[in-house]
Design a protein around this ligand. Structure first.
Ligand code: SF4
Length: 328
């Protein structure tokens, strides 16, 4: 079995010394003790720092984390190592648990690109032309935006969610690249995109992917649907992060280019050491802002607790549960 130092040495985003890893091990011990004392569970998004993934009870993408959070019964506290909208989602689907976000700077530029007031105005305007309009919001939205939505989707299930609706006209919020991907997969619907994008995925250009493809024609290229359409066109497969993990583990290929936030290729490098994961990725500062010390302090001081007012939580929960039913 690999030691923590051996596992973290496979990561390419950070360079860890033996001393760093000794500090992580000491922090892991403190966190384990606090977890027990608080009766807490730690869940972490794929993009988080590797030393945090190693202490999490569960690691996954937005859909997996939302489902997981909805099922937590035996723990009083969900320590959510994700960004703000994800912790809100956990509180929406499991309001009787205490949900903590270890660092309040962990926001999301994509979620912020769709303020609830602007969405409300856009829905009113569009309903004049499209009386049957349905609002499908990506999980990367605030609780207030979810409350205005008919149904939520993630990158793992967006085409399926849209296909499940009887409505022809769909306002898809907030990611225009994911909206474009859905429009291609579900051509029978009229997808009206919100003009938001994720600054991390938007930075990736077709030229850099093409260069890698030309140097290594056998490599399998996995692209996240938040990437630009001209990048997605170069992919062997367009997948959510959970889809990429499954694909990379099951395929016989030995080299993959993982085109999303860098945390995922780091996770795969730790979990699948027999394969090679090249980085076609960019860093999300929101996902990397939280440290192991923040995780320890969140449990030590029970901070920062996420609250969602009932008048927002209830309609947001309805939209989320509708997604769970479609993808069950
Ligand atoms: S990667 Fe993009 S969508 Fe994800 S948290 Fe960062 S800014 Fe938001």
């Amino acid at each position: 079995m690999s030691t923590l130092f051996e596992e973290l040495s496979r990561v390419k985003t950070f360079e860890y010394t033996e001393e760093d890893v000794r500090e992580f091990e000491a922090l892991h011990d403190e966190i384990r003790a606090l977890k027990k004392e608080r009766n807490a569970i730690i869940v972490a998004h794929n993009y988080y720092r590797p030393e945090i993934l190693k202490i999490a009870d569960f690691v996954g993408d937005s859909l997996e984390l939302a489902l997981m959070a909805s099922k937590v019964k035996d723990s009083d506290v969900i320590d959510f190592c994700g960004v703000h909208f994800m912790a809100e989602t956990a509180k929406i689907v499991n309001p009787s648990r205490t949900v903590l976000l270890p660092n309040l700077l962990a926001g999301c530029q994509l979620a912020d690109s769709a303020p609830a007031e602007d969405l409300k105005a856009r829905i009113e305007e569009l309903r004049k032309d499209y009386p049957d309009l349905a609002v499908v919001s990506y999980v990367n939205t605030t609780a207030a935006v979810k409350a205005l939505s008919d149904i939520i989707c993630t990158s793992a299930n967006a085409p399926k969610v849209v296909r499940s609706l009887p409505n022809k006209n769909i306002l898809f919020v907030p990611d225009r690249n994911l909206a474009n991907f859905v429009a291609q997969q579900v051509p029978e619907k009229n997808i009206i995109p919100w003009e938001g994008f994720c600054y991390v995925h938007q930075q990736i250009t077709p030229q850099e992917i093409q260069r890698i493809r030309e140097a290594d024609p056998e490599i399998e290229i996995l692209v996240h649907p938040e990437c630009r359409p001209d990048v997605a066109r170069l992919a062997n497969a367009v997948l959510s992060t959970s889809g990429m993990v499954k694909y990379a583990k099951e395929r016989s290929a030995s080299r993959f280019l993982v085109v999303t936030e860098c945390g995922l290729s780091d996770r795969l490098a730790m979990e699948v050491p027999e394969k090679q994961f090249l980085k076609g990725c960019k860093l999300c500062t929101f996902m990397k802002v939280t440290t192991l010390e923040d995780v320890r302090d969140s449990l030590r001081y029970m901070r920062y607790e996420i609250e969602v007012p009932e008048e927002i939580r209830l309609p947001a929960e309805r939209a989320l549960r509708r997604m769970f039913e479609v993808t069950a």
